[in-house]
Write a protein that binds this ligand. Structure first.
Ligand code: NAI
Ligand code: MG
Length: 489
């Protein structure tokens, strides 16, 4: 798939670059705008309205009215039907959405198309669950009847990052809608386009005006205003630990529940009895898929000393075959999303070099790509385990390799960071793998595979990787309050 079927103007021009509030396109109250950039070319892609507290207030009030309007009167099955229709519509326009995503964040079209298919799956999973979320009857004895009812929490705010722009919208918005909430979405300033196009698609699918609102803009003004708005009754956020802390603190003022997914530095532990071909193959996608801009990337290889050379040789050989280029050319790796992210990733590479770590592969700008935020797939070896390179989330195609001698060492290294999102273990000894899974501090553990799961499988972090779970049925329960009703007979 290429731009042959769509021209750049077909994609960008129909989007007015305004907020979508109460079923209408609107400029910011103060008329301010910002530019969204094509990171493959560094050129301005579109001018978009830059929202602040006034625009957030308009969107939240529209969402609050919609709760009490037609939407609130729909049965759960009817909400499901609308979400199924939305999935159908999105599927029929998957190519348009994928190309928009590719232009806005640079990812290869094949990956973007996979993301959009994932969004359709997320919509369908939550659509099907809408009329299957049940309360309980509570045993208080013969003289009482006691039961619980699930009620939508109300207006929810969704603050979204740029690595999977529409995927991250759908991950929290689909269950919120299935539960009967209405939503205000604040997409990332690097990637506002597909969220805006999605809001208009929701309207075409028949969701009443005001149910899905999108306010584009920056975190410190639009994002913070969404967190603190008194009519917003829950906040879901994916992004950095630093911003997660601010959002948690803001939500605490209003005593609002939060779901926070804050990334990781995820260990892939490879024991000496592992299937090394499998592990090295998985590591390629794990470390370099989406150019490493993935919260659950396999960014920290913990390798048993006896297989370390063989694993790294295999990994380096595979990585050397990966192509880097513009998203529209469908290479394996696109650019990083922004100038800032490019500078951040480059600074880790420079620091690795300066502190004597060995560059096993990559480390530079790919040849022939002088513009665009490109970085070669990079593997560091012989890294100081205490260095920033070993301990911090880089969020680029840069992986580090460390060695261990015993299972206890591997566990201590895996648990030695503040993060706790994902851990992976490769071993043919299932007892060893399961004992590791039991003891490792992570929200998800993958054995002999990477990126295992989908919309059905809950995900989320412990420690600094976050609060709460998304996806699966727990992902829908985030958007219900439990009301208990007791009756004396
Ligand atoms: P960020 O966490 O600052 O931004 C994510 C979202 O939060 C954006 O929509 C942004 O506008 C919003 N935001 C920022 N400040 C806010 C505030 N004070 N109140 C409310 N909303 C706010 O992340 P950023 O700066 O884009 O990336 C920095 C690093 O964060 C990356 O290098 C990566 O390490 C990590 N990150 C992790 C992600 C994950 O999937 N867990 C996704 C994106 C970034
Ligand atoms: Mg962009």
């Amino acid at each position: 798939m290429t731009l042959r079927t769509y021209s750049r103007t077909d994609l960008i021009d129909p989007l007015p670059g305004q907020h979508f509030i109460d079923g209408k396109w609107r400029n910011s109250a103060d008329g301010r705008t910002f530019e969204t950039i094509d990171p493959s070319t560094e050129a301005v892609l579109a001018i978009v309205a830059r929202g602040d507290a006034i625009d957030i207030d308009a969107a939240v009030r529209a969402a609050h009215r919609a709760l009490r309007g037609d939407w609130g009167g729909l049965s759960p099955a009817d909400r499901g039907r609308l979400l199924f229709r939305l999935a159908e519509l999105l599927e029929s326009e998957a190519e348009r959405f994928a190309l928009l995503e590719t232009l806005d964040v640079g990812k290869p079209v094949k990956e973007a198309l996979g993301d959009i298919r994932g969004v359709c799956a997320t919509l369908r999973y939550n659509a099907g669950a809408a009329d299957k979320m049940e309360g309980a009857t509570i045993p208080l004895g013969r003289d009482f009847v006691d039961f619980t009812m699930l009620e939508p929490v109300g207006v929810t705010g969704h603050i979204v990052p740029w690595n999977y722009p529409l995927g991250m919208v759908a991950r929290s918005v689909a269950p919120a809608l299935a539960a009967g909430c209405t939503v205000v979405i604040k997409p990332a300033e690097q990637s506002p386009l597909t969220a805006l196009a999605f809001a208009e698609l929701c309207q075409r699918a028949g969701l009443p005006d005001g149910v899905v609102n999108v306010v584009a803009g920056f975190g410190e003004d639009a994002g913070a205003a969404l967190v603190s708005h008194p009519l917003v009754r829950g906040i879901t956020f994916t992004g950095s630990v630093e911003t997660g802390r601010k959002i948690y603190a803001g939500a605490a003022q209003g005593l609002k529940p939060v779901v926070l997914e804050l990334g990781g530095k995820n260990p892939m532990v490879v024991f000496e009895d592992a299937d090394l071909e499998r592990a090295a193959f998985d590591a390629l996608d794990g470390a370099f898929g989406n150019s490493g801009q993935v919260c659950s990337s396999s960014s920290r290889f913990l390798l048993h000393r006896s297989i370390r050379e063989e694993f790294l040789d295999r990994l380096a050989a595979g990585a050397a075959r990966l192509t880097v280029g513009r998203g529209l050319d469908n290479c394996d790796l696109g650019p990083l999303v922004s100038k800032e992210q490019h500078a951040k990733v480059r600074s880790y590479i420079d620091e690795g070099r300066a502190t004597g770590a060995a560059v096993r592969l990559g480390g530079g700008r790919p040849k022939g790509l002088e513009t665009g935020y490109f970085v070669e797939p990079t593997i560091f070896d012989g890294v100081d385990p205490a260095s920033r390179l070993s301990r911090e989330e880089i969020f680029g195609p840069v992986a580090v390799a460390l060695s261990f001698d015993t299972a206890a060492d591997a566990l201590a290294m895996a648990n030695g960071l503040g993060f706790g999102l994902v851990a992976g273990v490769y071993s043919r000894d299932i007892s060893r793998a399961l004992a590791f899974a039991r003891d490792v501090e992570a929200g998800s553990v993958w054995i002999n595979g990477w990126f295992i799961g989908g919309v059905q499988a809950p995900t989320g972090g412990i420690k600094e990787s976050g609060v709460g779970r998304e996806r699966g049925l727990p992902g829908i329960r985030n958007y219900f309050n439990i009301k208990n009703i007791g009756i004396r007979l």
